[in-house]
Design a protein around this ligand. Structure first.
Ligand code: NAP
Ligand code: MG
Length: 483
């Protein structure tokens, strides 16, 4: 299917394209112009979608075998790969991300379906040798209807990340994409139908957070909620889930550090550290937004990072620069206000403004920005900027590094750069974060690596085999025998 910038996008409910209660425009952040019109789902459409999911679950999907589900999940992956370039271009237009990044994201999206198609057939229960006259075993069963609320930064990846394990384990899904970037999740819903997924097993309901999102989170017909987004909205949806006594996974923000020791391969580390904050214009929950450097190499490291920031190309996502625009004007202003605060608190070493230049037109661009001498208590050390802004802080010794690394409300990921295996192991144990990298930076890692937060970065785990546990619940069966 060829998409153009004038396309209208419907919701996908019960295997059909459905109009919403009106429409809303989606903006291309590289130009500031509307690029598509999308169905606006409200309470009625959410109710319809949850009903369609329930029907698909009861009549069909919960009765399928893992191998039957695996075959359809593989079909979805194949279609994501067949339409790889179209989806990648759509993603790049919708989010502004560089085309190479969008292509990588589309591949990851297909990998989610492949990974869960491959692993679901080996999700086993246990037998429990507790009693002589009773045979006890466990089975893992789906929850039923799962709700999925995702952000705008990685729509195709996030759209697949929780839906693939939920479908694999036998659930039926209602997916609410972010209003800023709903296009590829809608295409996912269309491809799933083409792949042979039963109508209603995956419904996609674009709309506003306070309308579609809030209706989905509060709906009494959902049995599990997966939320990815901000802490503030995570708290709101958790309260709604608590009202209905359903489990919720929260993948929230981060303030993740790269910790560089003087004994590290600094030359090898710097390009990875730069990429960890430049990737997706810093709009990554697991962005490497803090740089903690051992005092004696601070000047050396910051000088090279500043130089590299100055070499970064900026432009529209489809032109595949190093750095695309920020998602929206509001977000751009938010990033800029953090930078203005930073200028009063720390030393600006690179960037610090919206870039000048006619070719950037009305897009929402921001320069890669580096601050040195940021104190651990400063706003730039504590709050998620969600832009290409790196805050550097010097540390003195390993315990000081751990104290600063742990000194925020977040705990999503961390990276340690050292040649000393002892330091690496010590910090891997001390740091309170869901993923620790040593001499590399994963920004979430591959689909096989369990991912999720400590502290206010959230709870529950996505990705890897862990997600199969997340989207299934254990039933224990005890059978007493006569002799
Ligand atoms: P957000 O404002 O929390 O929105 C996330 C999703 O929630 C969107 O679909 C949004 O819809 C919806 N929403 C908004 N208000 C709602 C409400 N009252 N009830 C139910 N749903 C509601 O976050 P964002 O600005 O899109 O994304 C940035 C944040 O996500 C950052 O903090 C980032 O760290 C986090 N994030 C975390 C991960 C992770 O895996 N840990 C991954 C990516 C992003 P609308 O778009 O229509 O408002
Ligand atoms: Mg957009």
């Amino acid at each position: 299917m060829n998409m153009t910038s004038t396309d209208n996008y419907s919701a996908i409910i019960g295997g059909e394209k459905v109009n919403g209660n009106g429409t809303f425009d989606v903006i291309d952040p590289s130009t500031g112009q509307a690029c598509a019109t999308v169905a606006r789902c409200g309470e009625a459409e959410i109710d319809q979608a949850v009903g369609a999911a329930r029907e698909a679950y009861e009549k069909n999907w919960r009765r399928t075998t893992p191998s039957e589900r695996a075959r359809i999940l593989h079909n979805i992956a194949d279609l994501l790969r067949r339409d790889h370039e179209e989806l990648s271009r759509l993603e790049s237009m919708d989010t502004g991300k560089p085309l190479a990044q969008a292509r990588a994201d589309t591949t990851v999206a297909a990998r989610y379906f492949e990974f869960y198609a491959n692993t679901i057939e080996s999700l086993y229960g246990d037998t429990i040798p507790a009693l002589a006259d009773t045979f006890v075993y466990t089975v893992r069963e789906p929850y039923g209807v799962t709700g999925h609320i995702i952000p705008w930064n990685y729509p195709i990846q996030m759209g697949c990340r929780s839906v693939a394990p939920a479908l694999a384990t036998g659930n039926c899904c209602v997916l609410k994409p972010a209003e800023e970037a709903p296009l590829t999740p809608i295409r996912l819903g269309e491809l799933a139908i083409e792949a042979g997924l039963p109508p209603g097993a995956l419904n996609v309901v674009p709309g506003y957070g306070e309308e579609a999102g809030a209706s989905l989170a509060a709906h009494t017909g959902i049995d599990h909620l997966a939320f990815t987004g901000s802490v503030e909205v995570g708290q709101i949806v958790s309260k709604a889930a608590a009202e209905n006594v359903i489990p919720v996974t929260l993948e929230l923000g981060g303030k993740s550090p790269n910790i560089v020791f003087s004994d590290a391969d600094i030359e090898g580390a710097i390009p990875v550290i730069v990429n960890s904050i430049i990737q997706n214009a810093g709009q990554t929950c697991s962005a490497g937004s803090r740089l903690l450097v051992e005092e004696e190499v601070q000047d050396q490291v910051l000088e090279v990072v500043a130089k590299k920031f100055g070499e970064i190309t900026i432009g529209p996502g489809l032109e595949d620069p190093d750095l695309g625009p920020i998602i929206s004007r509001d977000q751009l202003e938010r990033v800029n206000s953090y930078v203005q605060t930073g200028k009063a608190e720390a030393n600006l070493l690179a960037g610090g403004d919206a870039p000048q230049g006619d070719k950037l037109g009305d897009g929402f661009f921001y320069e890669p920005t580096l601050f040195g001498g940021v104190s651990p208590g400063d706003l730039l050390s504590q709050e998620e900027v969600f832009g290409p802004v790196l805050a550097a802080t010097a540390f003195d010794g390993i315990e000081h590094a751990a104290e600063i690394a742990n000194g925020t409300d977040y705990g999503l990921i961390a990276a340690v750069w050292t040649r000393d295996i002892g330091k690496a192991h010590w910090l891997a144990r001390e740091i309170r974060a869901g993923q620790i990298y040593v001499n590399t930076y994963g920004a979430g890692g591959g689909v096989e690596l369990p991912f999720g937060g400590f502290k206010k970065s959230g709870h529950g785990r996505e990705k890897g085999y862990e997600a199969l546990y997340e989207y299934s619940q254990v039933k224990t069966v005890a059978i007493k025998h006569t002799s």
